[in-house]
Design a protein around this ligand. Structure first.
Ligand code: AMP
Ligand code: MG
Length: 399
């Protein structure tokens, strides 16, 4: 049986995936969304030379210790001093206020004593430009400061506001319908029967989808029955992606593929050279990309990291893959077989290096170790046995 290498499977999954359409949102509603276009500043910031301190606007060349300066007015944030600064004059100034023409520096108030006749006497000299924010220090009108694909995190939102971008073009959230299959599954708030277990996959997947910037539609749990699976899949209206978990192997009760084919799915490929996750399936149905993931909870979540997250990123116009990082192995590992292995590991900083310590048990039903893991060690097909101290590639889970 031939297995498709992970990289090939990912390339085939992403081939021809177009970003979702752009929509314009008021900035106040755009947090967490992904920019659909580069964003340029609509104005210059600061728009005028501004004081960075409370003190006195001065001509640096005039300032000598003990030589009085005449105070001719005041400039505060929101109300500038209308006039020019002449020789041996100064203007009382506050943080954020426009620096009057003629002035080129700020004498901080701690360095000024009253002269007795309403003026001041400097206690220190200043250099030209000191505590003055030149116009455009932060950015200039027309400057592109945020690129398409940038997620609008709080810092980016603040910058958009400062740039006078009160509305921003963002990608429509990719819509992902999620269906769990299995006679044994009950929701987390139900009491499982004697042979039943709690379904975790739909919850983990929905959380991943939302974290990645998508919209999750939980279709619930379908029994291991062709009609039940087909009917539930039919509820995925308007979705961009349909993810079905469980029923993905070739057992008598693994009905996802035939159920979806019966509904018109074109099977693209399945069976990937990876662990966990060999029976992963990719197809398309009614305009949706279909991902069939193996039911074991760790397989589901790892496959979602490796395939679903990049697919969502591609739909959001982002680089699909986070690059692997280098780490040092913290334990021995056996030689690998033909499947690329994703091994749950803790990360421990040690002497400036990152040490990846694999969990001793890697059964793909063990969600607790997945939740405790910081990263997945990526072991390529046929990787030779490795010793503690060897270099390994890791994918962080806490991006
Ligand atoms: P399957 O892919 O249907 O053969 O399922 C493989 C294993 O994963 C079985 O032990 C299932 O009980 C378990 N499993 C399947 N779906 C889920 C789910 N939604 N949540 C938790 N475990 C599941
Ligand atoms: Mg099953």
């Amino acid at each position: 049986m031939s297995l498709i290498p992970v990289e090939d499977a990912l390339a085939r999954l992403l081939a021809g995936v177009a970003p979702t359409p752009a929509e314009d949102l008021p900035l106040g509603e755009a947090a967490g969304r992904v920019l659909a276009a580069d964003i340029a500043a609509a104005r210059t910031q600061p728009p005028f030379p501004a004081s960075a301190m409370d003190g006195y606007a001065v001509r640096a060349a005039d300032v000598a210790v003990g030589t009085p300066l005449r105070v001719i007015g005041e400039s505060r944030a929101g109300r500038r001093f209308e006039g020019n600064l002449g020789p041996h004059q100064t203007v009382r100034i506050y943080t954020g206020a426009p620096v009057p023409p003629g002035a080129d520096a700020i004498l901080i108030q701690e360095d000024a004593d009253p002269s007795g006749d309403g003026g001041i006497v400097p206690r220190d000299t200043v250099s030209p430009g000191q505590f003055v924010r030149p116009a455009g220090l932060d950015f200039a009108e027309g400057e592109v400061l945020l690129r398409a694909g940038r997620r609008l995190d709080p810092r980016a939102v603040a910058l958009c506001a400062a740039m006078s971008r009160a509305g921003v073009p963002v990608r429509r959230r990719p819509r992902v319908a999620i269906l769990s299959t299995g006679d044994e599954l009950v929701p987390p708030d139900a009491e499982p029967g004697p042979d039943q277990i709690v379904s975790s996959n739909n919850f983990g997947l929905a959380a991943l989808v939302r974290e990645a910037g998508g919209e999750a539609l939980d279709l619930g749990i379908a029994a291991d029955d062709l009609d039940a699976i087909g009917h539930a899949a039919g509820l995925a209206v308007d979705a961009d992606i349909l993810v079905v978990t469980g029923g993905a192997s070739v057992g008598d009760h693994d009905l996802v593929q035939p159920a979806l084919v019966a509904r018109g799915m074109t099977l693209d490929f399945w069976k990937i050279a990876m662990r966990p996750g060999k029976p992963l399936m990719v197809g398309s149905l009614a305009g949706m990309r279909v991902l069939g993931l193996p039911g074991n909870p760790v397989s589901t979540m790892v496959c979602a990291e490796i395939f679903l997250r990049p697919l969502l990123k591609a739909m959001l116009g982002q680089p699909p893959q986070a690059p692997a990082e280098a780490a040092i192995l913290g334990a021995t590992m056996k030689a690998n077989d033909r499947r690329q292995d994703y091994v749950r590991a803790r990360l421990e900083p040690s002497g400036g290096r990152l040490v990846a310590v694999p969990f001793p048990r890697q059964d793909s039903s063990m969600l607790a170790t997945l939740a405790a893991a910081d990263a997945l060690i990526v072991r390529p097909p046929f990787a030779p046995a490795a010793a503690a101290g060897d270099a390994v590639a890791i994918l962080r889970l806490d991006r």
